[in-house]
Ligand binder design. Structure first.
Ligand SMILES: Cc1ncc(COP(=O)(O)O)c(C=O)c1O
Length: 351
C-alpha cells in the first residue's frame, strides 16, 4: 500500500463503492430507472431525464487543460467545498483523527472536520502580516491527517510563502496530506503548485471556477492530487455528483473567448483593488488596509459596525469579521464593479 493510502480510513479502503449504472452511450438506457422521455421544455443537450456521467470525461479533460495537469490527477466536484468534505471523510476517523488549520482562514475546513467528528488543531498565522508558522504547522501536522493551507488566504488576502508550503509538504510526507486551497490564485499572478505534486505526493491542490471564472452558481471545483488520492476519493464521491446542466454550462463558459474575457476582468479587478486600497487608506475612519493578492480587501475600521450599516444603507453588503479573533474591527470587501466600488467608498466616506 502507498504511504498515502496508509493515511486513509481503513474502512474506506475496504468499502465496496456504490455501483452506479454503467456509462455506455453506445447503448440505449433501460438500466437506470429513468424516464424515457425528456421533461416538457427540457432543452438541455444531454436530457435531464438521464443521470449524468460520473466524473464527466469532457469536463475532466477541460479542467485538466485549464489547470495544466494530467486528467488522472484530477477529481471534479460540486465546488471545492465538496472536495474539502471528501478529503476529511476519506482520511479522518471520527473521534480519533485531526486536521490542522491556520486561522484566520476559510471557515469550512473546520466545519467539515467537525461534521466528520475530527478534531481541529489550530496553528494561527503569525503577526500583522499573517505569515505561516511553519514549525508550528509541521509539529501539529505530525499529529494530524490533513493540513489545510489557503493561498491567497481568505479572509486576510495574502499569498503564503511557497518555500514554507513546500517545507511543510516535505516534512509531513507519509504523515499527513497538505491541502493547499488556491481558490483565489488567479488574482495573485502566481503559478499553481499543482505542477509540484510529482515531487510532493502528499500535496493536494484545490481550484475553483467560482471566483475568477464567474461560475459560483454552477458549483464546479477541482481537486488535483496524486493518482492514489484521486482514486480513493472517487470511491466516496456521491454517485452522480455533477449535474449535467453544470457540465454543459462549464464546457460552454470556459471556452477560449470566455477565458480571454475572464483574464481581462481579472485585470479590472486588480486595478479596482488598488484604487480602493489607496482611497480607503486615506480615510480617517480606516485604521489599516491589508495587502491583498485576491479579489477582496480586508480593512480594519475605527467603527466597523457603523461602516457596515453605511454600506447597507447604500444597498451594499460587506462581510463582517469584526468579532473574529485577530480581526477586531475588520470588514472584508469583495471588489465589485467600478460603480459598486465607488458607491461603497462614498458610503464609507460619509460614515
Ligand atoms: C478559500 C476558499 N476555498 C473554497 C471556497 C469554496 O469554493 P467553491 O465555490 O468552489 O465551493 C471558498 C469560497 O468562498 C473560499 O473562500
Amino acid at each position: 500500500m502507498s504511504s498515502l493510502l496508509a493515511l486513509a480510513r481503513p474502512d474506506i479502503l475496504e468499502l465496496q463503492p456504490y455501483q452506479h449504472a454503467a456509462w455506455d452511450p453506445s447503448h440505449e438506457r433501460m438500466h437506470a430507472n429513468e424516464m424515457p422521455w425528456r421533461a416538457q421544455g427540457d432543452n438541455s443537450d444531454a436530457g435531464l431525464n438521464r443521470y449524468p456521467e460520473p466524473q464527466p470525461r469532457a469536463l475532466v479533460e477541460r479542467m485538466a487543460r485549464l489547470y495544466d495537469v494530467p486528467a488522472s490527477q484530477l477529481l471534479v466536484g460540486r465546488g471545492s467545498d465538496e472536495a474539502i468534505d471528501l478529503l476529511v471523510r476519506a482520511f479522518c476517523r471520527a473521534g480519533i483523527d485531526s486536521v490542522v488549520t491556520c486561522p484566520p482562514t476559510f471557515g469550512f475546513y473546520k466545519v467539515a472536520a467537525r461534521i466528520q467528528g475530527a478534531a481541529v488543531i489550530e496553528v494561527p498565522l503569525r503577526g500583522e502580516d499573517f505569515l505561516l508558522d511553519t514549525r508550528g504547522v509541521i509539529g501539529a501536522g505530525a499529529r494530524a491527517k490533513i493540513v489545510f493551507l489557503c493561498s491567497p488566504n481568505n479572509p486576510t488576502g495574502r499569498l503564503l510563502d511557497e518555500p514554507d508550503i513546500l517545507a511543510i509538504c516535505r516534512a509531513l510526507e507519509g504523515r499527513a496530506l497538505v491541502c493547499l486551497d488556491e481558490a483565489y490564485l488567479e488574482f495573485s499572478g502566481r503559478a499553481s503548485l499543482a505542477s509540484r505534486i510529482g515531487e510532493y505526493p502528499n500535496l493536494v491542490i484545490l481550484r475553483t471556477l467560482s471566483k475568477a471564472y464567474a461560475l459560483a452558481g454552477a458549483r464546479c471545483g477541482t481537486l488535483v492530487a496524486a493518482e492514489d488520492t484521486v482514486a480513493l476519493l472517487k470511491r466516496i464521491i456521491p454517485p452522480y455528483a455533477i449535474p449535467s446542466s453544470t457540465v454543459e454550462d462549464v464546457l460552454r463558459l470556459t471556452e477560449a473567448p470566455q477565458q480571454a474575457i475572464s483574464a481581462e476582468r481579472i485585470r479590472t479587478i486588480l486595478e479596482e483593488r488598488e484604487r480602493m486600497r489607496l482611497r480607503l487608506a486615506n480615510m480617517p475612519s480606516v485604521l489599516q488596509v491589508f495587502d491583498s493578492d485576491a479579489n477582496f480587501l480586508l480593512v480594519r475600521f475605527r467603527d466597523a459596525r457603523s461602516t457596515l450599516e453605511a454600506g447597507k444603507s447604500a444597498g451594499l453588503l460587506v462581510r463582517d469579521f469584526s468579532t473574529a479573533p485577530r480581526l477586531e474591527g475588520c470588514l472584508r470587501i469583495s471588489i465589485g464593479t467600478p460603480e459598486q466600488n465607488e458607491r461603497l467608498l462614498a458610503a464609507v466616506e460619509r460614515a
